[in-house]
Design a protein around this ligand. Structure first.
Ligand code: DHB
Ligand code: FE
Length: 284
């Protein structure tokens, strides 16, 4: 059967992607950011996941205000990196896993979560920057990726509580797929940042680190945090953090299994307008 072996959490700051693409990773500003991923790159090489279920948000790239799916599951065989205005990033095509994605759709929709199925979709920095941070600059991404886009841009956005419950349904779906697959689930976006308005530039390192503590030790209570707390404490774009609760909800301990091992934890300020947070949890 397919098994979820680990979850990975990381920010997706677009300037990080640009720094990688333009060969700036060793510059003084960027060096400490990328140092936080040295362990992760070696770790994932050894882990060799077959599939990554990658929870991210689209930034009005694939979906405009004309169409706003709350939860969109990528069921296609491949996904093209998007042109976000400066030209598409020079990163490989993303290859999906239509059979596993279809199985997840069947299971999760029958478990009463109304997903939107997307058979054609471009993927923006929300998805490609986490891949670059973990895999560097390969010729081809070393595994399949199922994109799962969450609306955290246009209100109303889903609650942390619903995201946490959805993660549990995704776990049940993946672990009932009848093929031996090493699957990771990633929760991306965040941490505290605000890109607009009077509080633009807001970063709350203390709240972010408490979020990491709570995500590790008490995700059920963390899932009760309201939108207003995310926006007040972590800024308007800090709401991206609800996506981390989907990945956390898919870990074994939430289904009555053993607590995960914290394999890696990293936090750094700043990267562009954003606090960068990164966590790796392994199932036991
Ligand atoms: C920045 C962060 C984001 O999450 C994003 O989607 C765009 C920009 C930033 O920090 O500049
Ligand atoms: Fe973003």
């Amino acid at each position: 059967m397919a098994r979820i072996t680990a979850s990975v959490y990381t920010s997706h700051v677009p300037a990080i992607g640009a720094a990688i693409d333009m060969g700036k990773t060793t510059e003084d500003y960027w060096k400490p950011v990328f140092a936080g991923y040295d362990f992760s790159k070696a770790w994932i090489k050894a882990q060799k996941p077959d599939v990554i279920f990658l929870v991210y948000n689209d930034h009005a790239t694939a979906f405009s205000l004309e169409l706003i799916p709350t939860f969109a599951l990528g069921t296609a065989a491949q996904f093209t990196p998007a042109d976000e205005g400066y030209g598409p990033r020079p990163v490989p095509m993303v290859h999906g896993h239509p059979e596993l994605a279809s199985h997840i759709a069947q299971s999760v929709i029958q478990d009463d979560f109304d997903l939107t199925l997307v058979n054609k979709m471009d993927v923006d920095h929300g998805l490609t920057v986490p891949l670059s941070l973990m895999f560097g600059q390969p010729e081809a991404w070393p595994c399949k990726v199922i994109p799962f886009a969450v609306n955290v841009v246009q209100y109303p956005v889903p609650s942390g509580r619903r995201c946490f419950m959805l993660g549990q349904a995704i776990r049940k779906a993946i672990e009932s797929f009848d093929e031996d697959l090493n699957v990771q689930i990633w929760g991306t976006g965040g941490m505290s940042h605000q890109l607009q308005g009077a509080r633009a530039g807001l970063i709350n390192a203390a709240w972010d680190n408490r979020f990491l503590d709570r995500l590790i030790d008490d995700p059920a209570t963390l899932s009760q945090v309201t939108h207003i707390e995310y926006v007040r404490e972590a800024g308007s774009e800090g709401i991206e953090l609800v996506m981390w609760l989907i990945a956390r909800g898919a870990m074994a301990d939430i289904a009555g299994g053993a607590k995960p091992t914290v394999r890696h934890r990293f936090f750094h300020v700043p990267a562009s307008n954003t606090a960068v947070g990164h966590l790796i949890l392994e199932n036991n």
